[in-house]
Ligand binder design. Sequence first.
Ligand code: GLU
Length: 473
Amino acid sequence: MTVRCRFAPAPSGSLHVGNVRSALFSWLWARRNDGAFILRVEDTDASRVTEEAFRGVLDDLRWLGLDWDEGPEVGGPHGPYRQSERLGIYRDMVDRLLRQGDAYRCYCTEQELDERKKAALARGEPPGYDGRCRTLTDAERAAFVAEGRTSVVRFHMPEHEWIVHDLVKGEVRWAAGDLRDFVLERSDGSPVFLLAVAVDDMLMAVTHVVRGDDLLASAPRNVAVIQALGGEPPLYAHVPQVVGPDRKPLSKRHGSTSVEAFREQGFLAEALVNYLALLGWSPGDDREILPRDELIRLFDLARVSGNPAAFDVEKLTWMNIHYVQQLDDDELAARTVHFLTQAGLGVNPVTLRKAMPMVRERIHTLRDAVDLLTFLFSDDVTPDEKAVNLITRAPEGYLKEAADALDGLAGWDAEQIATTLDAVAQRAELNRTKGWQPIRAAVTGSNVSPPLPESLELLGRERTVARIRAAAR
Ligand code: GLU
């Protein structure tokens, strides 16, 4: 049997990391088993799903490297892969269920449903649909239609005990009668997601459904629909929610939650993937740095924890630092450009590439490169408050002397620059730290910077000297 997994997002902007974690587990399981990963977009709610949100989902997945074998823009034998293009299929399936007697038209109005719900609660009974329209005669139906009532299509849920053998949650049971008849098709003819998911998983021959455990109660309903249509239900793996440090579902209150937000902060896809994989899963030992190939080799749905996993941005940052170190200079420079340009800097690629060795260890997220490297790509280095202090506290004539000495250097490399700066400092009876700080402040506008001599070498003699002279005035 070929393993076929899917991710079925309803796009509403950049993906939530909790949702991405489900996608990742699903993708890992497919890759681990040399199976197929299917992307299916649940976009039937046209009022909510914009083209932009749809694009956003594809971009997020591509950026993360979660490639799909079947789906939008890729195609495949079971398409189309956007539910909005499958409405005819759902319609046909509803007709089949109606003909078979597994579904029926329900003419109850909102108000009637509401009244019966209240009455049931008052009697201390569970409030779900009571099955009233299951047994309407043709004459009763005709009378409702004549009255001008509209109808929905309801699924006749078999009233026995339901058991789902979930790969993460274990055996989950619903007592006979607990699962009531549910709506498959709204009065406007649009499919409800319980139907669409079941039909698509069946027709797309999905073998494993990996999704959030907020959908656990959908599982027996999905299974019932698939069985009524003569299909083979998939196996289910409902993964627990991602929560914040306070154990509440991860939300904006806790900080960033979307892939886009993490990406824009300068986290690497490699780090986010590694981090999310370990959120609720472990390889069985205490290894934490697991690049993509290792994850694929080791991932096992059976080892996914049934407990909610808490998102810890500090740990993600720690992993990011690790993966930044792994990138070679060209790659690190290529990924950093975006952040510098976004900050309005005109970037010279050769200079940027040369700057990588001196900032690499200071970068936690790629965005840190902006503060570290602004002095290289912009001559607007108005000193901040700390830098102003360092400049004004320098001994009389100190900056001018440094500028002259650097200006008179025969060559221009970090070593000569360091020797010269040391000599100037010594003449003023300052140690290296104290002696270099005013120069750093004058050149970068800040009291922190990448290593000074290397920074000045890259900046060039002319710009260095000009900045020190400007500060001296
Ligand atoms: N579209 C649903 C969601 O984004 C997922 C449905 C499913 O995975 O079965 O929550």
